[in-house]
Design a protein around this ligand. Structure first.
Ligand SMILES: [Zn+2]
Ligand SMILES: [Zn+2]
Length: 385
């Protein structure tokens, strides 16, 4: 064990491992090198870890620095994990303001071990020297920015003295994985307001530092314009259904904007009826498009469809939706004027044997399982605790 000071932080390093002190020391060497290489090479039991923590705590107080715990877990045996959990619980109780890190190859790769360590009190599980260095530097800065006699307390750990920016930096590093027990209570920075969001969401968005580049969560509420287009193919000759647009813009695919409360598939069928006078059955998905723009997002889906009734004739009475509709073969599409290239693009694609993706790609109402997966297959599904 060792206690060394870097960047306003005294990091107490303890090693835990079944395989003996030297193996543990070897495994954790990289963790320790980050701090300053002063690893003592002892394999720590829980009691010894408590002593090391107490010594580091005194050293931190002398130096006017913050403390951090780095438990280096040399293997992922049940015994080692249990020892690490006991050390984490001890430090969480005695030094609630310390950053608690577990250095573990296994823990940083296994979802199960990572979850156990985090639920036991680790704020961070890593086997990356760069990541450990970054976290300790941030934690040192966090402590240096606090002032004892002013500022607010962190609602997770109770540590005092944060200003708005300080709390904004502290909470994600120290408490990102913790249960959001703060929800429903007040934000220490704006206690007069009721929290409408979980506290971390509120902190991130409502207290976002003005000097940082704007984050999209804080930009204009994300406007989404969704459109459904339909390529309807006539089986006899492969002609596709085209709509004659207003203002002599030429022909285009039936389709339009999805109405509020409407699904993509429903919009496709509705627009084809309104603009082309044809009732269709959707049979596949040709393309899903997503165009992010600074102020809004345009999303388009292009369906493949067939007619419900081969005798139904395209619309001929002009109205606000369209001037009428017609069938056009690939040759005809090369001759007539088009509002956009899409009819020609998709007619060409299909004429060359292009296929559509299955309609089951689209799950508009949420829920439902993909083909071949049953409820039995996912019976072991667990939510937290
Ligand atoms: Zn805290
Ligand atoms: Zn607030």
């Amino acid at each position: 064990m060792s206690a060394t000071k870097t960047c306003n932080i005294v990091a107490c390093i303890v090693a835990v491992g079944e395989s003996g002190a030297s193996a543990a020391a070897g495994k954790v060497k990289r963790a320790v090198e980050v701090i300053d290489g002063a690893w003592a090479g002892e394999c720590c039991a829980v009691g010894a870890a408590a002593e090391a923590v107490a010594a580091a705590c005194a050293a931190a107080a002398d130096a006017g620095a913050a403390g951090a715990l780095v438990v280096a877990m040399a293997d992922a045996s049940e015994t080692s994990v249990q020892s690490v959990l006991q050390i984490l619980v001890h430090v969480k109780r005695t030094e609630p303001g310390w950053l608690r890190v577990v250095w573990s190859e296994e823990g940083s790769e296994s979802a199960e071990i990572r979850l156990a360590l985090c639920r036991g009190g680790a704020a961070m599980v890593t086997a990356s020297a760069t990541a450990l260095d970054e976290a300790l530097t941030l934690a040192g800065g966090d402590a240096a920015a606090r002032s004892e006699d002013q500022g607010v307390a962190c609602p997770f750990c109770g540590v005092n003295g944060f200003d708005e920016l300080g709390l904004w930096a502290h909470v994600p590093l120290f408490h990102m994985v913790e249960r959001n027990e703060v929800s429903g209570s007040r934000c220490p920075l704006c206690p007069r307001k009721r929290l409408d969001d979980p506290f971390p969401v509120h902190l991130f968005t409502k207290h976002y530092p003005p000097h940082l580049p704007p984050h999209e969560e804080n930009a204009q509420p994300g406007l989404l314009y969704a459109f459904a287009l339909v390529v309807v193919v006539r089986p006899v000759d492969g002609a596709i259904l085209v709509v004659q647009e207003f203002d002599d813009q030429g022909f285009w695919l039936p389709g339009g904007r999805v109405d509020p409360g409407e699904g993509l598939a429903a919009a496709a069928v509705r627009e084809t009826r309104e603009e082309a006078g044809i009732d269709v059955r959707l049979t596949g998905i040709l393309r899903m498009e997503f165009f992010p723009r600074p102020r809004y997002v345009r999303q388009r889906i292009v369906f493949l469809a067939e007619v419900e009734d081969p005798n139904q004739r395209p619309k001929t009475v002009p109205d606000f939706q369209s001037a009428g509709a017609a069938w056009a073969t690939l040759d005809e599409l090369r001759q007539v004027s088009l509002r956009g290239s899409e009819p020609l693009v998709w007619a060409t694609y299909l004429s060359r044997g292009g296929r559509a993706s299955p309609l089951s790609l689209l799950h508009e109402a949420g829920g439902g399982l993909p083909p071949g997966v049953t409820n039995d297959d996912i019976a072991s599904y667990k939510t937290r605790r």
